[in-house]
Write a protein that binds this ligand. Structure first.
Ligand SMILES: C[S@@+](CC[C@H](N)C(=O)[O-])C[C@H]1O[C@@H](n2cnc3c(N)ncnc32)[C@H](O)[C@@H]1O
Length: 229
């Protein structure tokens, strides 16, 4: 598996190109938590896939991420969109947010908390507790949180990685999240682009599968977990 920390620091634009080939998520989020006119925190915002979509209707979006390079891409992207909604960015770890108590109506986090909660990390469960504490601290009473994570790239049915199963189970059983899954297939411009970008982020095994199957559409399943405070 390629080194994702290296990618987030040095290849943010390529990451952004890859996720731009997936469907939009604002309708999925709005069905769970109508967010028009709301104060939103995008935790682990990366290059701004969710921030850019939600900024359209939100009162404001605050985007945090460990990688300043990813946040640079996010700011460039928003400048191109000419979004009117205020967007604040902070380079910060999920476990220690430089944000005021009870300041958000909605916290979203896409494919990011998983970096702290992989079961081979001895501290994964303490990390999850620290992230949940921070989310709870910054959410207003009655606010909502929505977490998206992988259920398998290259699969048409949920196929969660073994090392994330304890985290997903904890969200549902320990922290009381509701759960569903959805397809978020990548629609690439060509088989060559599909092979190149999936190899770049997911590694040779998936890149080879994409080529062998002649896929320009690469199936992907995502899990979605949500809860109200
Ligand atoms: C797969 S990207 C997801 C980005 C974006 N949410 C999206 O949907 O495209 C994961 C992001 O999480 C960030 N990240 C990883 N560990 C983090 C941590 N402990 N605290 C804050 N951000 C973290 C990475 O820098 C990266 O930008």
């Amino acid at each position: 598996m390629p080194n994702h920390t290296y990618i987030y620091e040095n290849q943010a634009a390529l990451y952004e190109l890859m996720v731009s080939k997936q469907p939009l998520l604002s309708d999925v989020i709005a069905r769970i938590a109508p967010y028009s006119g709301r104060y939103i925190l995008d935790l682990g915002a990366g290059s701004g896939r969710l921030t850019a979509e939600l900024a359209n209707k939100a009162a404001s979006v605050t985007a945090t991420d460990l990688s300043p390079a990813m946040l640079d891409v996010l700011r460039e992207r928003l400048a191109r969109l000419d979004a009117r909604t205020p967007v604040l960015t902070y380079a910060a770890d999920h476990r220690q947010l430089p944000l005021a108590d009870q300041s958000f109506d909605l916290v979203v986090s896409g494919w990011s908390i998983c970096y702290l909660t992989q079961s081979h990390l001895p501290e994964w469960s303490d990390n999850l507790a620290a992230v949940m504490n921070e989310i709870d601290r910054v959410l207003k009473p009655g606010g909502s949180m929505i977490i998206l994570e992988t259920m398998g790239t290259g699969y048409t049915e949920p196929h969660p990685p073994e090392f994330l199963k304890p985290y997903y189970q904890a969200l549902e059983q320990e922290y009381g999240f509701r759960h569903d899954w959805l397809r978020l297939d990548y629609t690439f411009d060509s088989v060559e682009q599909a092979a190149e970008l999936t190899r770049f982020f997911f590694g040779d095994e998936l890149g080879d599968t994409v080529k062998r199957n002649n896929w320009s559409v690469v199936p992907e399943c995502a899990g979605i977990w949500w809860k109200r405070k």
